[in-house]
Write a protein that binds this ligand. Structure first.
Ligand SMILES: Cc1ncc(COP(=O)(O)O)c(C=O)c1O
Length: 479
C-alpha cells in the first residue's frame, strides 16, 4: 500500500494568492459600502441562523462560493458595528489595517507567548504595552498584557489584586464598585472565586460618579464587621453614561485604606491621548491596574483588550508557573515572556494588529479622531437641548450622552414606554443605531460616539432622525 499522504491543505503560492485576492475583493467592497449599509438589519436573523445549521462536511466547496455566501447572505444580517451610524453600546470601528496585520500574524503563525520563540515579534508586542503604559502615565516597572477584551483583562486584574493583597484563603475579601460599574467586574470577581455579594455596589451622585462619602462609610462598616476590604474599582468612563469617577479622591481612599486601586478605562482610557481627556481622567496614573480596550478607543476590530499593572512583578506573581517541557524564560527584566504575565499560553499574535496601524499612521490621527468624538458628543447635547420636550439625562463627560423625551404629567412607566417607542422610531430610519438604558430609574436613549468613521454629517443625520421621530411621536400622542 502506498503511504497515506494528503497535501490538499497545502495551498500552492498561486492558490493562496487567489484565495487572498478573492477575500480582498469582497472585503474592500464591503468596507467601501459601510456608510450606505443600514445601521442595523437583523430582521429575519433567527430564521437565517436556523437555516444555517449544518453537519460537518466531508468534502469541500470552492472558496469563492463560500465567500459569496458569507458576504451576501450572512454578514448583511447584523448590526453595522463598523459603520458611521453605529452609536450604540460602545462602537469599535474595526480598522481594516488591523485585519491585514491579522492576516500576516496568522499566516506566519509565530509564537509570541515565549520570548525565545520569536524575540522580535515579542518585542513589538512589548512596545505596544509600553506605549499604553506611557499613555496611562504608569512607571517603568509597569507591565501588561494584551487580552481578547476588557472582560478578560479585568479578570486578570482581579486575580493579580487578590493574590497580591489577600492570603490564599481569601473569602473575607471585599471589593468596592459603583452602581454604574460594568458587570465585567462582577463577573471577574465571581470567576476569581468571590461570592457575588462580596462586591459592594456604592451609590452614585447626580452625575453618576461614585459617592466617595458612601464608599468610605461602606469600607468602615465592613472593617468593623470583620471583612477585609482589598480592592477599589474606579470608572474612567462608564458604559451607561460615560461617567468618570473622581479618580484622585478614589486614589486617596485606596492609599489611606491600603486597597488595590483598579481603574476600568475600557471605554474611556484612550481619551488620555487628548488634552481634555487628560484633564478629565487625571488621577488614573495612580492606579495599581488599568484596563484599556483598544477595540473601543483605538477603533480596532473586536478581540483586543489590555491590562496594565503598575508593579509588573505582582502581575507575574499571579500568573507565572514553570514546567519541564517549557523552553527557558528570560532573566533580563526588559525582555518579556508573555505567558508568565497572563492566563494564556498559546494565543494569536495580537500585538501586530495594534502595532501596524500605530506605526503606519502614528498616534496623531487617533488623537484627532478622539478629540472629534468629544466635540461631536458636546455638539449633539447642545442640539438635543434645543428640542422642546427633550431632557438630557446624562451630559457628555466624554463621548457618551443620554437623553429622553418628557411630557408634563406623564409618570415614569409611561415615559419609559414612550421613549422605548421613540428609540425604535429613530432606529427604524436605519441611518443611526442607538441603544437605551436605565439610569437613576429612568429609561434613557444613549448616544455613544466612538467610531473613526463617525463625523459631523452622520451626527446631523442622526439629529434629523431624532427630531422626525419626536414629531411623529407627538402627532401620535394627540387625541
Ligand atoms: C466600561 C467597560 N468595562 C468593561 C467592558 C468589557 O469589555 P469587553 O466587552 O471588551 O470584554 C466594557 C464593554 O463594553 C465597558 O464598556
Amino acid at each position: 500500500m502506498p503511504p497515506l499522504e494528503d497535501r490538499s491543505l497545502e495551498l500552492t503560492g498561486q492558490e493562496l494568492r487567489r484565495l487572498i485576492d478573492a477575500a480582498a475583493a469582497r472585503v474592500v467592497a464591503h468596507v467601501d459600502s459601510l456608510p450606505s449599509q443600514p445601521s442595523a438589519d437583523v430582521e429575519g436573523g433567527i430564521a437565517l441562523a436556523r437555516s444555517l445549521v449544518e453537519p460537518l462536511p466531508e468534502t469541500g466547496r470552492p472558496a469563492e462560493e463560500l465567500l459569496d455566501f458569507l458576504f451576501e447572505r450572512v454578514i448583511p444580517k447584523s448590526f453595522n458595528t463598523a459603520g458611521p451610524g453605529y452609536l450604540a453600546y460602545i462602537p469599535g470601528g474595526g480598522l481594516p489595517q488591523s485585519a491585514v496585520a491579522d492576516l500576516v500574524s496568522d499566516a506566519t503563525n509565530r509564537y509570541v507567548g515565549v520570548f525565545a520563540a520569536a524575540p522580535g515579534l515579542a518585542q513589538l508586542e512589548s512596545n505596544v504595552v509600553r506605549w499604553f503604559c506611557d499613555i496611562a502615565g504608569l512607571p517603568a516597572e509597569a507591565r501588561g498584557i494584551l487580552t481578547s477584551g476588557g472582560s478578560l483583562a479585568t479578570f486578570s486584574a482581579l486575580v493579580a489584586a487578590r493574590r497580591c493583597r489577600l492570603p490564599d484563603d481569601f473569602l473575607s475579601g471585599t471589593i468596592y464598585v459603583s452602581d454604574q460599574t460594568h458587570h465585567a467586574v462582577q463577573k471577574a470577581a465571581i470567576l476569581a472565586g468571590f461570592p457575588e455579594e462580596r462586591v459592594r455596589e456604592i451609590p452614585t451622585d447626580a452625575r453618576f460618579r461614585i459617592r466617595v462619602d458612601a464608599l468610605s462609610d461602606a469600607i468602615a462598616a465592613d472593617r468593623a464587621a470583620g471583612w477585609t476590604p482589598f480592592l477599589l474599582v474606579g470608572n474612567a468612563g462608564t458604559t451607561n453614561t460615560g461617567a468618570v469617577d473622581d479618580l484622585p479622591a478614589l486614589a486617596d481612599v485606596a492609599e489611606r485604606e491600603g486597597l488595590w486601586f483598579h481603574v476600568d478605562a475600557a471605554y474611556g482610557g484612550f481619551f488620555l491621548l487628548t488634552e481634555n481627556g487628560r484633564r478629565i481622567l487625571a488621577g488614573i496614573e495612580r492606579a495599581d491596574s488599568i484596563v484599556l480596550d483598544p477595540h473601543k478607543g483605538l477603533f480596532l476590530p473586536y478581540g483586543t483588550g489590555a491590562l496594565l499593572v503598575r508593579d509588573g512583578e505582582t502581575l507575574k506573581k499571579a500568573h507565572a508557573l514553570s514546567a519541564e517541557y517549557m523552553p527557558s524564560m528570560q532573566e533580563d527584566a526588559d525582555l518579556t515572556d508573555f505567558n508568565l504575565l497572563s492566563p494564556e499560553l498559546s494565543r494569536d499574535f495580537r500585538g501586530l494588529r495594534i502595532w501596524l496601524p500605530l506605526r503606519m499612521h502614528g498616534i496623531g490621527p487617533f488623537r484627532r479622531n478622539l478629540e472629534e468624538k468629544l466635540e461631536l458628543a458636546q455638539w449633539a447635547a447642545e442640539r438635543l437641548r434645543e428640542i422642546p420636550g427633550v431632557e438630557i439625562v446624562a451630559e457628555p463627560q466624554l463621548s457618551i450622552l443620554a437623553f429622553r423625551r418628557i411630557r408634563p404629567g406623564a409618570d415614569e412607566s409611561v415615559l419609559g414606554r414612550e421613549n422605548r417607542r421613540l428609540l425604535e422610531r429613530i432606529n427604524a430610519r436605519r441611518r443611526v443605531y442607538l441603544t437605551g438604558t436605565v439610569v437613576g430609574g429612568r429609561f434613557a436613549i444613549r448616544i455613544c460616539v466612538l467610531s473613526f468613521r463617525t463625523h459631523r454629517e452622520r451626527m446631523e443625520q442622526g439629529l434629523e432622525d431624532i427630531r422626525a421621530a419626536i414629531r411623529e411621536d407627538a402627532e401620535g400622542d394627540r387625541p
